[in-house]
Design a protein around this ligand. Structure first.
Ligand SMILES: Nc1ncnc2c1ncn2[C@@H]1O[C@H](COP(=O)(O)OP(=O)(O)O[C@H]2O[C@H](CO)[C@@H](O)[C@H](O)[C@H]2O)[C@@H](O)[C@H]1O
Length: 491
């Protein structure tokens, strides 16, 4: 099958969070399973060019219709760790992708509406005719809309769209300017509850709703989160749209790319190790302590890695730091704040804890350091308010780092409480789970984990190995996506 992935991120060249990992990892797996896969991405000025091989101009004159005129674009092609990627570079005063950031601009909706239009225009003009176009999150929600309403009349009537929602919180909104810019035009047609009109604000168009309404298949990134989206308010107002789309909506658990995330081959960690010989893990713990100037003592090391965002339960992340220190553990945090208030809060904590030899807070995005933390820590906390899938617990498991998670979203599908899980045999359990959002709930799980580490080290090691035995690779999710593609292709 010929599949084109269109997204705003692809790890490691463009990565703000888990979306990038998924776009890369899924693409690689689909190729391994015998398919032809290409990716279309924006050409940001700040992406990691050192991860692109053979970048060259592949298509010089792509004119993309925009506001009744057209914007001139170049399309570059290069290989990102083996994946063929096309990067779209517009030449206009808007400077859509030369902003020194991926997201967070006042005109993000216009930037990604343009990217969506340009991606379709590129497919159209270069005569690519993929069987399936797979788009991701709000940034590409307009692709199935434009495909169905415009491009199918220009020789693209056989293309089918699978649309994956990684986070319902960010949906992409805009007014009639989006319609005029993209050439969709007809205001009264799109400002309709059955099309793009937002379910709560009648004066707004909703990109993600467009993705749900117009795609042939809609997925989110774990089965449990699909249920949450259907039956709770976590779909942020899109519950009714999902209800209407119920026949094409499902949850497919993400995987992790076990070529990139593997303690036996990881290029960023000083010592490799396996589940049969964990000595290397202890060496990585030492190296991590050295790098972050933590004291080398007989204490467990607990980590948090992720965006510092309300979604991630930052109040519990904060509490976890102090609770760990009180209970005789060390704590390392690697977090990228998504709001200035959260950034200031954690910067304040960082200064406050600066001289403590048992804690380090790193407030930045650092891919290399994240690998060393996964390899060197004993436990990883994921106390999210909601979590569509969550990759850090799966990466943690692969590296023998015991997850302590809140039982929501994909965390429910991947972490099974050592002491209380009713559905898995003791030898299949791999971590600790708590449910409430208060400090006591978190403490109940952390206390059990730290207690096991101190009092029953052999039992703790058994838990590590059980976690390393879990297979959260892309092998099975890749097959599930292929089954979805096959299904929509023949419809
Ligand atoms: N400061 C930092 N430095 C280095 N690396 C960092 C980092 N902060 C995060 N990362 C890395 O980014 C990824 C984050 O994965 P998450 O599952 O937490 O995704 P996120 O919430 O961004 O995305 C959304 O999409 C993904 C993918 O579908 C879902 O799993 C998730 O639930 C949903 O919220 C991991 O690879 C992690 O190591």
């Amino acid at each position: 099958m010929y599949i084109v992935q269109i997204a705003s991120e692809c790890a490691p060249v463009i990565k703000a969070g888990g979306l990038g990992d998924v776009v890369y990892g899924l693409s690689r797996e689909l190729e391994i399973q015998g398919n032809c896969v290409e990716l279309i991405l924006p050409k940001y000025d700040c992406m990691r060019y050192d991860h692109i091989w053979g970048l060259h101009e592949a298509y010089r004159d792509l004119w993309v219709p925009w506001y009744g005129a057209a914007i001139h674009c170049s399309v570059y092609c290069g290989w990102v760790h083996g994946r063929v990627c096309f990067f779209i570079e517009p030449h206009s005063e808007d400077n859509f992708f030369n902003r020194g950031c991926y997201y967070g601009c006042h005109d993000d909706n216009m930037r990604f509406a343009f990217f969506s239009k340009a991606a379709l225009e590129f497919i159209h003009q270069s005569n690519k005719r993929p069987d399936v176009i797979h788009c991701h999150d709000w940034q590409t929600g307009l692709i199935p809309v434009m495909l169905y309403e415009i491009y199918q009349y220009h020789g693209m009537s056989n293309q089918r769209v699978c649309y994956t929602i990684h986070n319902f919180k960010h949906q992409g909104f805009g007014g009639c300017e989006i319609l005029w810019a993209t050439g969709l035009s007809r205001e009264s047609y799109y400002f309709d509850p059955e099309r793009l009109q937002d379910n709560f604000n009648p004066f707004s168009l909703n990109f993600m709703k467009g993705g749900i309404v117009y795609s042939n298949a809609v997925t989110t990134v774990s089965p449990h989160h699909a249920d949450e989206a259907r039956y709770t308010s976590i779909a942020y107002g899109l519950g009714h749209s999902l209800y209407l789309a119920q026949d094409k909506f499902s949850g497919v658990l993400n995987g992790i790319d076990t070529d990139f995330w593997h303690p036996e081959t990881d290029r960023y960690i000083p010592e490799h190790y396996t589940k049969d010989d964990l000595a290397g893990k202890a060496e990585n713990k030492k190296a991590l302590r050295e790098r972050l100037l933590l004291q080398d003592v007989d204490k467990p090391l607990i980590a948090y890695i992720g965006r510092l965002d309300d979604q991630k339960g930052v109040h519990l992340v904060h509490h976890a730091i102090y609770y760990a220190l009180n209970k005789g553990a060390q704590f390392v945090l690697l977090g990228s704040p998504t709001e200035s208030a959260i950034g200031s809060w954690f910067s304040h904590e960082k200064r406050h804890l600066n001289d403590n030899p048992d804690v380090h807070l790193e407030l930045s995005f650092n891919e290399e350091l994240s690998h060393l933390i996964y390899a060197g820590a004993d436990m990883i906390v994921v106390p999210s308010n909601y979590e569509p899938c969550g990759l850090t617990q799966m990466i943690g498991l692969k590296y023998g780092t015991v997850p302590i998670v809140r039982g929501v979203g994909g965390l429910v599908n991947t972490v099974f409480d050592r002491d209380y899980d009713n559905y898995h045999l003791p030898e299949e359990r791999n971590g600790y789970v708590f449910y409430n959002t208060d400090n006591y709930a978190l403490e109940s799980a952390m206390e059990r984990a730290i207690g096991l580490w101190y009092d029953y080290p052999e039992e703790f090691e058994k838990l590590i190995i059980q976690g390393m035995n879990c297979d959260y690779s892309w092998k099975y999710p890749g097959k599930e996506y292929l089954a979805i593609y096959e299904h929509i292709r023949h419809k």
